[in-house]
Design a protein around this ligand. Structure first.
Ligand code: NAG
Ligand code: NAG
Length: 490
């Protein structure tokens, strides 16, 4: 473009007409060569050419493409000042740019200005606004605009239906989204695969698999063939309902239909098998994947590591972890947490803490579950002060802590303190736990009662006993035994 620019102005020596220059400017905007666009425009002006409404439209479009709506607006004002009437196309470009930047109030003002100036909005104007509102999940206003456009005798197109259906799906209004298919037919608009995938995905996420599979067979009636996204959505949906066998059948079906599964598809099925505890099947899918030339990624490894850890097979989990390191893949929070949890359960605290350190060094933020595993592991290992230190460090939100204390953390610490005879400190954690709105379980009440009996704190025993009843914890054989023998000793 640059050399062409020079050629146009210098070599020929004749001035091209403004429409030719506008076409070139537009080409530069479409190619997103914004700097060249400005340079070319300056060149035009320096040669005495005058921008017309098309030039302004293209430049405003360029500003919006660069996300500079302020500049777009000032160009708009400049053209109005020069007495050039903005057309529907120019208004629409500016409205679309504003909607793209979520400046809906500004967009509405422009829309109003346009109508007040007697310029009628077209389908693209409505489409820009409806898209903007759907992206902001303001479906009500989007539907208003849709009604408004129908009143103005404009026919909605597939893009508008797409925005509305997608928007309705996002806010969980599946029935209304589905109803739009009926309206579409009325306007002679044929649904496309994007719309079907959107609806199928939403129904899967809502756990309505029968409707999702129904939609899938319906789309084939419109001669729309399911693509890799459709299959991936359904496979994931089936897996999350534990219907792994059917998900696997679907993968075989898609292979037969010649639709190539991608990493997302394979990962869903692998994760499904791992969560269901079928580790051999999971590895089998993993080798199918490799055979088809799809490389296992971090997510694949995480699922496998998590599955093996939960199955108590730390050896395989660790070898997968090493394989990841060799492949220069950085394990994610799921993988690290699974390994840490596995090591903690095996009482290998040194290794668990090393992994925790490594994960922090990799820039990952552990989650609540990672921290609870470590605290529980440390308590069981008799390292109560380390556990308490970790607890305070991670839950002190005023000091860089990030997680809310949970049931496991409190229960582990309270039980460890009681077993260690430190009933005073345990009481402190117990009241903090209650203060945080957590409900201690029956075992925690029992260890606390035992602790108070041993320390001969009878008022505390009675208060705790009353609190237990108030919390609706049913006395069972163990509590009765502890209470009976405790009171008897007194
Ligand atoms: C919308 O915004 C993105 C960046 O957020 C920009 O790249 C794109 O060109 C904009 N599109 C329009 C039509 O303004
Ligand atoms: C599934 O979706 C269909 C259509 O929206 C609805 O009629 C049906 O009641 C839904 N089923 C369940 C179990 O939610």
């Amino acid at each position: 473009m640059k050399s062409f620019n020079r050629y146009l102005f210098h070599k020929i020596g004749i001035l091209p007409a403004v429409p030719v220059c506008n076409a070139l400017l537009n080409g530069l905007v479409k190619k997103r060569m914004f700097e060249s666009m400005w340079r070319f425009h300056t060149d035009m002006l320096s040669r005495g050419m005058v921008s017309n409404f098309v030039t302004y439209g293209v430049l405003i479009d360029g500003c919006c493409g660069q996300c500079d709506v302020l500049k777009a607006r000032s160009l708009f004002d400049e053209m109005v000042e020069k007495g050039i009437e903005p057309t529907v196309v120019i208004y629409t470009i500016l409205i679309r740019g504003l909607c793209n930047e979520s400046q809906m109030t500004e967009a509405e003002n422009m829309f109003k200005l346009m109508r007040d100036s007697g310029v009628l909005p077209n389908v693209y104007t409505y489409s820009a606004l409806i898209d903007g509102y759907c992206k902001m999940a303001d479906i009500k206003r989007a539907l208003n605009l849709y009604q408004d456009m129908l009143r103005n005798n404009l026919l909605p197109n597939v893009v508008i239906f797409g925005c509305l259906i997608n928007g309705l799906c996002k806010v969980g209004e599946l029935r209304s989204a589905r109803n739009f298919f009926v309206y579409m037919a009325k306007f002679g608009v044929v649904p496309n695969i994007y719309l079907y995938n959107c609806l199928i995905d939403s129904h899967c996420k809502a756990g309505n698999l029968s409707e999702a599979t129904g939609l899938c067979s319906e789309m084939t009636k419109f001669e729309i063939t399911p693509d890799v996204y459709t299959y991936s959505i359904l496979i994931k949906g089936l897996c999350s309902e534990g219907r792994v066998k059917e998900a696997d059948d679907l993968l075989q079906k898609m292979n037969k239909e010649g639709v190539c599964a991608n990493a997302v598809t394979y990962n869903s099925l692998i994760d499904g098998y791992c969560k269901a505890g079928y580790m051999e099947k999971a590895l089998n899918v993993c080798s199918q994947m490799t055979k088809k030339g799809v490389e296992p990624n971090v997510i694949t490894f995480s699922s496998l590591i998590d599955g093996h850890c939960k199955a108590g097979n730390m050896e395989t989990a660790l070898s997968l972890y090493l394989e990841m390191i060799i492949k220069s893949l950085v394990p994610d929070v799921v993988a690290y947490t699974a390994l840490i949890d596995g090591h903690c359960k095996d009482g290998k605290m040194k290794e668990a803490l090393r992994l925790h350190k490594e994960m922090l060094e990799a820039g990952l933020t552990p989650n609540v579950f990672t921290i609870s595993c470590l605290i529980d592991g440390l308590c069981k290992d008799g390292k109560i002060s380390d556990a308490i230190e970790l607890f305070l460090e991670k839950t002190d939100k005023t000091n860089g802590g990030f997680c809310s204390p949970n049931h496991v953390m409190y229960t582990s610490i309270i039980q460890a303190l009681c077993n260690d005879g430190r009933i005073f400190k345990a009481s402190k954690f117990f009241s903090d736990m209650r203060f945080d709105g957590l409900r201690p379980d029956v075992i925690t009440y029992v260890v606390m009662l035992q602790g108070h009996f041993q320390a001969k704190h009878m008022p505390d025993v009675m208060m705790l006993h009353a609190d237990m009843i108030k919390m609706g914890i049913m006395p069972n054989a163990v509590t009765n035994e502890v209470l009976a023998s405790g009171y008897q000793e007194k």
